[in-house]
Every structure is written in structure tokens, then in C-alpha cells.
Write a protein that binds this ligand. Structure first.
Ligand code: PNS
Length: 160
């Protein structure tokens, strides 16, 4: 089975990587699709986010890193892949995720969304939290892979 794991990945965390590794074990091919949305105020450019994801998934031979803009349902049609993977952390994720899954299926009834429970260790983790900690000089070693940690340090140190 082939699936798409869509997201902003600004930047990828160990929480994302955990979902990617576990999904890749179940799927023949996993496309990690990064949303390119210029109107969203992303810290990392689309190329930076793709580069970091490629770096942290290089040990996974059935994982492809790609990007899309516009509707996910249109991207699914272009890629002829209608299985979506999304991670669920706390109950607070549920409403938004359910809404997205239902909207995507109403846009294209072929689309199914498969939810994966996040690892306990990462249930509180998000890209926003990691960026906030990094911005104020806190340690993010346990939250993101080394390549992402270095990229975050560079971003915030470069801004000082
Ligand atoms: O990691 P995120 O930011 O929670 O990912 C959200 C994402 C990128 C999966 C979602 O915003 C998305 O698919 N955007 C594309 C626009 C779209 O298709 N919208 C309709 C479904 S909500």
C-alpha cells in the first residue's frame, strides 16, 4: 500500500519522525508531502523543510519527500494516492483532524485518512513549541534530530 503523510513540517520533530518510521514500516511506499503555502508565516522555506526531511529520513528507502501547494485532495489525484496518514497526539488534535479527514473525503470520496497514535514520549511535542524553546535558547536536543537542531540554532542565532 502507498500513502501520503502531509504536513507543514516547520520543522520536522522527533514526533513526525516517529510517525514516518512507523508508517514506512507498514506501507510499501510513503510520500511525505510538505505544504508550500507562501501566505503562511513559515520559519523555514519550502526547500529548507524538504532538505531537513530528506536528511532525517535518509535511512528509510521507501520514503519519498515531496511538496505540494493548493488542495491536498488535488495533490492526491495527481499522485494517484488516496491514503492519508496523520498522527494524533492528544484529544485536542481530534476535532481538527476529523474536520480535515471529512473535508478531504467530501472533496474526493476516494480519500481515506489513517490516524496513528503518537508515541507517549511525543504527545506534547509540536513544531511551534520547539521553535519557541529554540528561540529563547532552551535545549531542544530531545525534541528534534541533530540536523534540525543545528538549523534552528542557525536561524535564531542568525537573527540576533
Ligand atoms: O502539519 P499541519 O500544519 O497540521 O498540516 C496541515 C496540512 C498541511 C495537512 C493541511 O493544512 C492541508 O492539507 N492543507 C492543504 C489545503 C487543503 O487541502 N485544505 C483542505 C483540507 S483541511
Amino acid at each position: 500500500m502507498k500513502a501520503i503523510y502531509p504536513g507543514s513540517f516547520d520543522p520536522a520533530t522527533y514526533g513526525h519522525l516517529d510517525i514516518i518510521e512507523r508508517a514506512a514500516e507498514k506501507m510499501d511506499h510513503l510520500i511525505v508531502a510538505v505544504l508550500d503555502n507562501p501566505s503562511k508565516n513559515s520559519l523555514f522555506s519550502i526547500n529548507e523543510r524538504i532538505g531537513l526531511l530528506k536528511e532525517v529520513t535518509k535511512h528509510l528507502s521507501n520514503v519519498e519527500i515531496d511538496y505540494f501547494s493548493g488542495l491536498l485532495s488535488d495533490y492526491a489525484s495527481r499522485r494517484e494516492c488516496y491514503n492519508m496518514v496523520r498522527g494524533l497526539r492528544a484529544v485536542s488534535d481530534f476535532e481538527y483532524e476529523m474536520q480535515m479527514a471529512l473535508v478531504n473525503r467530501s472533496l474526493n470520496p476516494k480519500i481515506e485518512t489513517f490516524f496513528m497514535a503518537s508515541d507517549n514520549k511525543y504527545a506534547y511535542l509540536s513544531s511551534s513549541i520547539v521553535k519557541e524553546i529554540a528561540k529563547f535558547g532552551g535545549s531542544i536536543t530531545h525534541f528534534v534530530p541533530k540536523a534540525v537542531e543545528n538549523a534552528l540554532k542557525e536561524k535564531y542565532e542568525g537573527r540576533k
